[in-house]
Design a protein around this ligand. Structure first.
Ligand SMILES: NC(=O)c1ccc[n+]([C@@H]2O[C@H](COP(=O)([O-])OP(=O)(O)OC[C@H]3O[C@@H](n4cnc5c(N)ncnc54)[C@H](O)[C@@H]3O)[C@@H](O)[C@H]2O)c1
Length: 429
């Protein structure tokens, strides 16, 4: 099939590369000329394991193309995937990028096309897109389908190739048949395909993200209780997770959830609730609790440092919102690091994906490796859970004698740390 992907970021680029790998001819479009130039040379602008090889292979086979020419890319394609960003503005999803794309599609509808929203868009967006595209000239020339994307950064290719489920929101039999055909190789490998109404598909995405955010926030709050009652939250999470009705995933404690999806999608869901005069009180309180999480962890740092933060060297291991990605959007470090600098700390950090220019302060320094970042540390903060942070010999990486470790991901055993006489602090235990 001939596919056009509009927006070549985390979702668009991965989807485009994976669809081309399934044998389709895919043109990935972006308005950012620099991104397109890089991609045409086989340079991947984001960190995503396995993506480089996939792009190179399909570029060579000429099944994957990159372009800034939105008009011709739309005209020559049968299926158009909208994969542009939907950030939040005033706590609502800002759909200006989506509607800009829809305008381009409207002026280039030269034959029947399926217009698919892969971007996360609020309930009724598909209806609005349909209204914009509708005109006498365009009768029977399009179907608007919702096909939300559930991939996780860092695991995006696997998630795309082996999805738990494929959700296709459309009442059009014709569009559904084509979409099922497109995804047939994944369905044959065992992925569940569900056809729902378009609005249902839109809501499935928001409800899923809000639910996962709730699970994270829930266990983080339980961890707060564990810290005050001498209970190990890991035991609680294991005990809960073994119940099939609950499941163990997303019951891992840590900093506030961040990233490009959960914070904005929970806010946008509440705003959809308001439009439909429905109080989504659980989601509201998840947002509220998550916002307070940074302060809780910063208070913990103050306690660990006995309120002496001024002139202390604090080293961060990992600054992105989680391991496996270079995505800094809404990363808790963006709040924690500037706060600590304001209190007079000197921050050094190491980030495996090489995020050198994230912080603008002469008191914040990026280092190329763990040892250099930690050599003068009074406090080492493990902020994300990369494998290379899991087996550190802390006494070898820092020169200070009375250093402390605050492990925000519970990567180490408390008893081991005690045995090794390391001043070790973790979460919920
Ligand atoms: N990142 C994720 O893990 C993830 C997972 C599932 C769903 N989503 C959703 O997918 C959507 C895209 O997210 P992302 O993280 O890939 O965004 P992104 O910011 O990485 O990429 C968006 C791209 O769209 C381009 N763009 C904007 N306007 C354009 C236009 N008019 N024409 C062509 N290109 C244009 C931008 O230049 C950018 O490269 C969002 O709605 C997001 O919520 C993201």
């Amino acid at each position: 099939m001939k596919i056009c992907i509009i927006g070549s970021g985390y979702v668009g680029l991965v989807s485009g590369a994976c669809f081309s790998d399934l044998g389709n001819t895919v043109t990935c479009v972006d308005i950012n000329k620099v991104i397109v130039e890089k991609l045409n040379k086989g340079i991947i602008p984001i960190y995503e394991p396995g993506l480089q090889e996939l792009v190179e292979r399909n570029l060579k086979k000429k099944r994957l193309l990159f372009s800034t020419d939105i008009s011709s890319s739309i005209k020559k394609s049968d299926i158009i995937f909208i994969c542009v960003g939907t950030p939040t503005k005033n706590n609502k999803a800002d759909l200006k990028y989506v509607y800009n794309v829809v305008k381009s599609i409207k002026s280039n509808l030269n034959k029947y096309k399926i217009i698919v929203t892969k971007s996360t868009v609020p309930v009724t967006t598909g209806d609005k897109i349909e209204n914009i595209l509708n005109s006498k000239k365009n009768i029977n020339k399009f179907d608007v389908v919702s096909n939300p994307e559930f991939l996780r950064e860092g695991e995006a290719i696997r998630d795309f190739q082996y999805p738990d489920r494929l959700v296709i929101g459309t009442n059009s039999k014709k569009a559904n048949k084509t979409m099922k055909n497109l995804y047939l190789p994944l369905i044959k490998k065992g992925s569940r395909y569900i056809n729902t109404s378009r609005r249902s598909a839109e809501l499935i995405k928001y409800a899923s993200n809000a639910f996962l955010a709730t699970k994270i926030t829930f266990i983080n709050e339980i961890a707060n209780l564990c810290e005050k009652s001498q209970i190990d939250v890991q035991d609680v999470a294991t005990g809960m997770g073994l119940d099939d009705r609950i499941g163990s995933r997303f019951l891992r404690v840590g900093p506030a959830y961040g990233g490009s999806c959960f914070p904005k999608d929970t806010r946008a869901l509440v705003s959809t609730g308001q439009i439909f005069k429905t109080n989504l009180s659980v989601v509201k309180s998840v947002i509220n609790s998550n916002e307070k999480r940074n302060k809780i962890l910063l208070d913990r740092i103050k306690l660990i440092m006995k309120n002496k933060i001024k002139n202390k060297n604090i080293s961060f291991l990992g600054v992105t919102f989680k391991s496996g990605t270079d995505d800094m959007r809404e990363s808790p470090s963006l709040k924690m690091i500037p706060f600590l600098v304001k209190k007079g700390a000197f921050i050094s950090y190491y980030e495996p994906t090489g995020q050198k220019k994230q912080f603008k302060s002469k008191n914040i320094t990026f280092y190329e490796n763990i040892k250099d970042a930690c050599q003068n540390a009074d406090l080492i903060i493990i902020h994300t859970e990369w494998n290379e942070f899991k087996q550190l010999n802390f006494k070898k990486i820092t020169k200070k004698r009375n250093f402390k470790v605050f492990d925000m991901r519970n990567l180490y055993s408390t008893s081991e740390m005690k045995k090794n006489k390391i001043n070790y602090f973790s979460i919920g235990r």
